[in-house]
Design a protein around this ligand. Sequence first.
Ligand SMILES: Cc1cc2nc3c(=O)[nH]c(=O)nc-3n(C[C@H](O)[C@H](O)[C@H](O)COP(=O)(O)OP(=O)(O)OC[C@H]3O[C@@H](n4cnc5c(N)ncnc54)[C@H](O)[C@@H]3O)c2cc1C
Length: 408
Amino acid sequence: MTCDRRAVIIGAGITGTLTARAMSRAGWSVVLVEAAHVGAGSSSRTAAGIRQQWSTPEAVQGMRFSTRFYEQFKERTGATELPIRQNGYLFLAENERAWQAAQRRVQMQQEAGLTEVLALPTPALVERFPWIATDAVLGGTFCPSDGFLYPSLVYQESLRDAREHGARLIQGAPVEGCDVSGDRIVQVHTPKGSFGADVFLDCTNAWSRKLSRTLGAEELPVDALKRYLWFLGRDGALTGEQLSAMPLVITPPGVYCRPENLDTLLMGHAHPARHEEGFSYEDQDVIEPSFAHTGGLESAPFHAWEQLATYLPSVAEFSGIRYTTSGYYGTTPDHNPFFGYDRQRLNLVRLIGFSGHGAMFGPFSAQVGLQLCEAGHDLDAVEVEGESISLHRFKVGRAYDHHEAMVI
Ligand SMILES: Cc1cc2nc3c(=O)[nH]c(=O)nc-3n(C[C@H](O)[C@H](O)[C@H](O)COP(=O)(O)OP(=O)(O)OC[C@H]3O[C@@H](n4cnc5c(N)ncnc54)[C@H](O)[C@@H]3O)c2cc1C
């Protein structure tokens, strides 16, 4: 059977594989070209938290869809394991101003359909989470259906499903050039061959500035920022069962943590970082000494550990930081992604700029990508399972006048 709707998807991380799955299931002939291998980018280096607690109704709606998708992942993809663990997300507030703002956000989130999110003042919070320091916070917001993902399950199983619906994966195939006709891309060139299509999708996230130059597309402001994860060994009073039941916790200074397993706590921090141009595959894993757990007691991980222990005192008893990993965020000026057609290459769809949220955005990004390709032009909103979700905060060319407030 021939298919007259051909798509080339560039980049096989969570965004590219989920989009390949959505499009091949919708009858598109899909080729997924990947510079290295599946999951070679940030998708295999992520904390993979998923939350529906956002500061705008459209992000709440989009992440409600993503959460439902991951909850129904087995039925939707034929996978045998679930890639989501719903331990919840807990944002702590330590002063009156932050606590008032948190309660207003909960009201907006509930109005946007997230009925299970709660604003818990300290007594209720400590009753539920006895490991929180009573005197350190005024309250917290908790959503029990938030949690975290197993990213390799997401991209491997999405890819399997996409292949079962006819998609082809070409690995070791960086896009290095293209042929154009007027303002449209006709085919892209890789060392493994050239691939033509009606529509091309940019799913390269932190690499998208480089791809823009290769394709003659608009260079959108997506900055590659190095981010680290540190892994602490459990010890002291907290049991393995207590640790593994913990939600993802975000403390007021921005240090966050979640259980990695019964004996390990994952910890991260949104520290200042400079944009890295022209980084390589290997650069993803280069750890600056001041961010390494081997970098001495003045290094960033020890500072983050100390801050975390102010709010979760039992963490001070843990046995030490065992290892450090790193990867890149692809960050935009307002921390919202770009979803839309390129203004220079008119058949190029951009799904980039996830600013540390691409794992949770994945299913929603794939839906948006599919609907943009089906429409052939930009959309003001997408229809997702009977709900209309506005895209105005995600448009290419928008004013950056609303910064997502809940960024880590
Ligand atoms: C430390 C850390 C913590 C994070 N925590 C979270 C979190 O809690 N929750 C969350 O949702 N997100 C989180 N993120 C962000 C999330 O991991 C990313 O947003 C997400 O993985 C992006 O997926 P992607 O598929 O868009 O991009 P990637 O996974 O980076 O994939 C892009 C792919 O494009 C390929 N590529 C690049 N150039 C080319 C080319 N020219 N030709 C072909 N292929 C190319 C790359 O090799 C790569 O495989 C975190 C990230 C880091 C680093």
